[in-house]
Design a protein around this ligand. Structure first.
Ligand SMILES: NC(=O)c1ccc[n+]([C@@H]2O[C@H](COP(=O)([O-])OP(=O)(O)OC[C@H]3O[C@@H](n4cnc5c(N)ncnc54)[C@H](OP(=O)(O)O)[C@@H]3O)[C@@H](O)[C@H]2O)c1
Length: 322
């Protein structure tokens, strides 16, 4: 009896007709649209006029990041080793101005990330550009192709210097000023290979795993000062990374391999980086379904993952011998 009364009371109260659901639906869409609009405004104001330092701005993802951050109104400091290419980019950015939006002419600072003294003087020069840094985008990097058995320790060190010690040294040099201002955002472009290690990429995967660990620690330590840390881990991107990769004997790999050629468009990835930074994402895996599944497999069923990697290594070895 009681149950019956309850049911009829509920059915009277809830109107499931189209007319009854429509206001709820429209209300939800409205709230969602308003939330997205607020997110966009928040993201825009975060980047507009912010001092953004981009390493590896001369090519690939860094170059595309420079374009999207510039278009979003950032005051850029473009870093790399090749001054000419950075100047060419600066000219290209100048040509992009359409007068409708406030944009800034970029500054250029050149240094080699594998030379710690140059990194220290580069950091001083960076700070002189605008007096402070709002966002440091540690993007520069090199890749590696080779078998561990055939790779010299010097090559391991070279990759670690560019991908790990360089960004760490630059971050440490710029960090005290950020802590003092209680404001700043450190972003690092890692890789899916910072989460999973695949055969014949040992030096690269090791440098990116170290990067992930260092910046995870940093995030925890600087949260108390109001600083943000983002680690962005993309899958393959269509850039010159494999072309510029080093091999076991230190020579250039010089090949755009299939995965890289079929990788994501760097402009799209740069836009995703801009959004992630604007939304202060702490950690982002920017990859397709398969790499994401591989990351979960490594955590949830490591032995299956190890078996698959061993089989991949055997196939890679055979391919090399044939
Ligand atoms: N492409 C991919 O498939 C992929 C996937 C995941 C993650 N990533 C990561 O994305 C980032 C950007 O790479 P990319 O794909 O855009 O490759 P890229 O086109 O080869 O660009 C690499 C950039 O790093 C700079 N660089 C290299 N060695 C340097 C050094 N010793 N000192 C200072 N700068 C140096 C280069 O500048 P100069 O040579 O002009 O000095 C260049 O601007 C890297 O961290 C990479 O690991 C790439």
């Amino acid at each position: 009896m009681l149950v019956h009364q309850f049911r009829s009371a509920v059915s009277k109260k809830m109107d499931y007709s189209v007319g009854g659901l429509l206001p709820v639906l429209l209300g939800s869409i409205g709230v969602l649209a308003l939330y997205q609009l607020l997110q966009r405004v928040r993201q825009r104001t975060y980047i507009q006029d912010a001092v953004v330092v981009i390493t590896g701005a001369s090519s690939g993802l860094g170059r595309e990041c420079a374009k999207v951050f510039h278009a979003a109104g950032a005051r850029l400091v473009l870093c790399g080793r090749d001054r000419e290419r950075l100047l060419e980019l600066a000219r290209e950015l100048k040509g992009m101005a359409d007068g409708r939006k406030k944009v800034h002419a970029p500054s250029i600072v050149t240094f080699d990330l594998s030379d710690m003294e140059m990194v220290a003087s580069g950091a001083e020069e960076i700070l002189k550009c605008y007096g402070h840094v709002d966002i440091l985008l540690n993007n520069a990097g090199i890749s590696y192709r080779g078998a561990i058995l055939e790779t010299s320790v010097q090559v391991d060190q070279e990759v670690m210097n560019v991908n790990y010690f360089g960004p760490v040294a630059l971050t440490k040099a710029l960090l005290p000023a950020m802590v003092q201002r209680k404001s700043g955002h450190i972003v690092v472009v890692s890789s899916v290979q910072g989460r999973i290690a695949i055969p014949f990429r040992s030096a690269y995967a090791a440098s990116k795993h170290a990067t992930q660990a260092f910046f995870d620690c940093l995030r925890a330590e600087v949260a108390q000062f109001g600083l943000e840390v983002s680690v962005i881990s993309p899958g393959y991107i269509r850039t010159n990374l494999s072309l510029n990769a080093v091999t076991g004997d230190g020579s250039k790999y010089g090949v755009v391999d299939k995965n890289t050629a079929e990788g994501r468009d760097p402009t799209e990835v740069a836009k995703a980086v801009l959004t992630a930074v604007g939304r202060r994402k702490k950690d982002l895996l920017l990859a397709g379904l398969l790499p994401v599944l591989a990351v979960y497999l490594r955590t949830l069923a490591p032995n299956v993952f190890f078996m698959m990697m061993a089989s991949r290594a055997r196939k890679g070895q055979k391919h090399k011998e044939n």
